[in-house]
Design a binder for this molecule. Structure first.
Ligand SMILES: [Zn+2]
Length: 428
């Protein structure tokens, strides 16, 4: 039966292929960068709404600003939502089956400071790839989600359960605002798939994450070139980096009992940036008065994240008490985005995991890999806070949050086929 489903969904997606490619290119060419507290997602959401209209799918574009006054404790206070719009669409089922939510985010990170080989907004196609910022994270996935609804409407198929689509804002930078708005406005579902890039693997778990800036102010602007003794945090942060390294090694000894069991470093601790003075020609030769180390911690779904963070903070306090320099110039602990993100895990034998594994098997003609995501995302919110069983399945690509990002377009089509097969067979 499932082999039949594989052939059926291929037939349903194939006529849309050229349109989907053009849509993806147009979405990549439409800047939807989020840079806290703001985000510029709406023009790309409008592109997608026009596409839906042309394919007979009704959709609703709505402002997410209402969450600021919703009183919901999950809403971050350090963001602005006015004018940032989510796109919602759905295909009603016959009511016999359970509903399936296809979630994706339209915002991208900024292109960064390193040089791209082509414009981040080129949307260029070549070697089976679509190039550009957000192609992999995650406009390719959003296009695959949209394809499912377009294919159902085009073929006049009513699945047994409702199929819900949402393209949300404010996922990058751990915002979650778009997904929170979607839950408050569009309600719940029986299951959710987020089509983040997964290399056509099924990710049944995501990690938690927390970013903190460790700032040392040891300014002595009057001193350099004028006093014999100069105070600078530049060498002291070398010792601070040593603390981060020891912390990372201690965390790396942690053994996962769940989906991350096979990961060699299940809870990475990474230094994302170090800043102390600058190298540009506009910077005079002098010592820095401030040094910052930006550290990114990740957590297993089964960890008590808040307690772990408290422990790390306490350890840092101990470290600085034993260091004369840091006694005098304290290390400031400044969370970058506010509170942490929490991970999630869906059981291997959950009906959704089984349905996705069967659908992927039928389309890909092989046993699919079921593993865990090397990153946090909105899954934690949807699964833990809103109680919707969630997993990730999406296209192949590379360069997320880096230069020369691309997605393999064939894998976008495979994602659409797998999600369509899941929508047709999901009954909880
Ligand atoms: Zn993403």
């Amino acid at each position: 039966m499932m082999d039949g489903v594989g052939a059926e969904v291929r037939k349903l997606i194939r006529p849309l292929q050229a349109d989907l490619k053009r849509l993806l290119q147009e979405l990549v060419r439409t800047n939807s960068v989020a840079s806290p507290p703001d985000g510029n997602e709406t023009p790309a959401q409008q592109v997608l709404q026009v596409f839906f209209r042309e394919h007979g799918v009704k959709s609703v574009l709505y402002d997410t600003a209402f969450i600021e006054k919703s009183g919901n404790a999950l809403v971050r206070k350090n963001r602005r939502y006015r004018g940032r719009k989510n796109l919602h669409a759905h295909v009603s089922g016959t009511g016999r089956g359970k509903s399936l939510l296809l979630n994706g985010h339209m915002d991208t990170v900024p292109p960064g400071v390193s040089a791209w080989s082509r414009s981040p907004w080129s949307g260029q196609s070549g070697d089976g790839r679509i190039h550009g910022l957000g192609a992999f994270d995650m406009k390719g996935g959003v296009v695959a989600n949209a394809a499912v609804l377009c294919a159902l409407v085009r073929a006049g198929i009513r699945p047994s359960g409702d199929v819900l689509f949402e393209s949300v804002v404010d996922e990058e930078w751990g915002g979650g605002g778009g997904t929170i708005a979607a839950r408050l406005r569009s309600g719940s579902a029986d299951a959710c798939v987020i089509s983040e890039g997964t290399q056509l693997e099924i990710y049944r778990a995501t990690r938690g994450g927390f970013t903190v800036d460790l700032i040392v102010d040891a300014g002595d602007t009057s001193g350099y070139f004028s006093k014999s003794e100069v105070v600078s945090p530049a060498i002291a942060i070398g010792r601070l980096l040593g603390w981060v390294d020891r912390c990372a090694k201690r965390r790396a000894r942690l053994k996962s009992t769940g989906a991350y069991k096979t990961f060699s470093d299940p809870v990475p601790v990474q230094v994302l940036a170090i800043e102390a003075n600058g190298l540009g020609r506009e910077i005079p030769l002098s010592v820095p008065s401030r040094a910052t180390v930006r550290v990114y911690f990740q957590f297993l779904p089964e960890e008590d994240v808040d307690t772990v963070i408290d422990g790390i903070h306490a350890d840092l306090v101990e470290f600085s008490k034993a260091d004369k320099f840091f006694q005098k110039y304290p290390i400031q602990w400044v969370p970058l985005l506010g509170g942490p993100l929490y991970g999630h895990e869906l059981a291997l034998d959950h009906p959704l995991t089984r349905c996705m594994a069967e659908s992927a098997g039928a389309v890909l003609q092989r046993k699919p890999v079921v593993t865990a995501a090397p990153y946090p995302c909105d899954a934690g919110l949807i699964h833990r806070d809103f109680g919707i069983p969630t997993l990730l399945f999406g296209p192949c690509g590379a360069g997320a949050h880096n230069v020369d990002e691309y997605v393999e377009f064939g894998s976008v089509l495979r994602t659409a086929e797998v999600l369509l097969a899941a929508a047709l067979t999901w009954n909880g």
